[in-house]
Structure formats: structure tokens, C-alpha cells
Write a protein that binds this ligand. Structure first.
Ligand SMILES: Cc1cc2nc3c(=O)[nH]c(=O)nc-3n(C[C@H](O)[C@H](O)[C@H](O)COP(=O)(O)O)c2cc1C
Length: 213
């Protein structure tokens, strides 16, 4: 869903600001933004029609041991997004997650990029959302392949997908590149960011605002 809003750009103080506030009260202007470069002494003001995306957002996440789940909860709060857990049909046990054991389930699965761990449900109602955040723990420097399973289970055409992750320290690596293979050409995967587990709601809010989604 998108709506058009009238925005009045003014300096922070002074007459232009006052005028903008009056226009806001009268309903001519929906938002006031201060903009550097418009001096307060300048009585001029600019009203612009802007397309503002009032997008409905979903924060979908997979979390094997709870860390990404915590971050996703904060992100959902920061973005005003609904929360959805991507659950494996067969949950990962501690033994499954042992990356030091080359025969553990996660080691075996992650060695085969074409392997798609089954998901427990396909109830995410992706069609209802404009922007989808997709979160995961970094496994072997990329997204776990259950994220490919998730992306392949729905139609993301025309939708921005913003990735977020937690890890022991690694960045996003080739996650976006590998996940692109699992969505249609018109879905836009944004690389997003790896966050520390204790990232606050207000830090996440700043990040979401910087994305313009
Ligand atoms: C199989 C496996 C592979 C991992 N690979 C990496 C890695 O390559 N780099 C890294 O920094 N952390 C790695 N980690 C650590 C996790 O990314 C980290 O603990 C994460 O925050 C766990 O999130 P979760 O509790 O949501 O599952 C790995 C963990 C597991 C279980």
C-alpha cells in the first residue's frame, strides 16, 4: 500500500516553520521536514508531493538457538513489523548444530548448497506484506539453506527482502548472492546487516529508517 503525502520543507525555526505548522493544522500539509540549506531567515517554504511507502512489514526469521529470535523481536518492534518464525519441520538438536563435527546434520546439510531442509509450515501470508525482513544465524559464512527453502515456498515478486543476521562475528558474506537464486528476478534482496545479539530497538529503528522501506 502506498499513499501520497504533502511535505513542507522548512528551516527549524522562524516564520517558515510557523507557516508550515499552520498549514499542517489546516490539513494542507501532512508532514513537516526541516532541511539544511533553507535558512530560517528565509521566509520561503517548499511544499512537495512525495510518495511515501506506508509499507506493511514482516520480520521472518529462523533461529536455531534463540539469538536471532531475540534480535528479530526487537526488529519487529523497531519496524512496526509482524513477526513470523521460520521453523524447520525437524528441529535442530544441539548435536545437529555442532560445527566441529563434520558429520553433524548442519555440517552435512551446509556442504550441499542444493539441499533444502523442510520447513514446518507455509503460513507466512507473504502476499499481505510489502517489505519482508528475513533473519537468520550465519552458518559457514552464509545464510542456512533453510532460508532458501523459505524463499522458494512463496512468491516474493516485486517485493523488497531485507536480510538481517546474527553470528559469532562473521558478516553477511555471500548470503544475498546465494539467496537471490531462490527468488524471482523482480524480488529485490537487500544485503542488510549482521547485528550483535544485544542491538537495541532504537539502534534498529535508525537502521530501518535508513533503508527507506
Ligand atoms: C552450524 C553453525 C555454523 C556457524 N557458522 C558461523 C560462521 O561461519 N561465522 C560466525 O561468525 N558464526 C557462526 N556460527 C555461530 C552463529 O551464527 C551464532 O551463534 C548465531 O548468533 C546463532 O543464532 P541463533 O541462536 O539464532 O541460531 C555458526 C553456528 C552454527 C550452529
Amino acid at each position: 500500500m502506498s499513499i501520497t503525502v504533502n511535505i513542507c520543507y522548512t528551516g527549524e525555526n522562524g516564520n517558515a516553520r510557523k507557516f508550515a505548522e499552520e498549514m499542517m493544522q489546516s490539513g494542507t500539509v501532512d508532514k513537516i521536514r526541516s532541511e539544511e540549506g533553507i535558512p530560517d531567515k528565509d521566509k520561503k517554504f517548499i511544499v512537495k508531493q512525495e510518495e511515501t511507502i506506508m509499507s506493511k512489514k514482516l520480520a521472518a526469521y529462523f533461529s536455531a538457538s534463540g539469538v536471532t529470535a531475540g534480535l528479530a523481536k526487537n526488529l519487529a518492534e523497531a519496524a512496526g513489523a509482524d513477526l513470523y518464525e521460520i521453523r524447520p519441520a525437524v528441529p535442530y538438536t544441539n548435536a545437529d548444530l555442532n560445527w566441529q563435527d563434520k558429520n553433524s546434520r548442519s555440517s552435512v546439510e551446509m556442504k550441499d548448497k542444493s539441499f533444502r531442509p523442510a520447513i514446518a509450515d507455509t503460513n507466512a501470508n507473504i502476499a499481505d506484506y510489502d517489505t519482508i525482513f528475513v533473519g537468520f544465524p550465519i552458518w559457514w559464512y552464509v545464510a542456512p539453506t533453510i532460508i532458501n527453502t523459505f524463499l522458494e515456498a512463496y512468491d516474493f515478486s516485486g517485493k523488497p527482502i531485507v536480510l538481517f543476521a546474527t553470528s559469532g562475528g562473521s558478516g553477511m558474506g555471500n548470503s544475498a548472492k546465494e539467496l537471490k537464486l531462490s527468488v524471482s528476478d523482480t524480488a529485490v534482496i537487500k544485503e542488510g546487516k549482521r547485528f550483535a545479539a544485544n542491538t537495541t530497538v532504537s539502534e534498529l529503528k535508525k537502521w530501518v529508517e535508513s533503508l527507506g522501506v
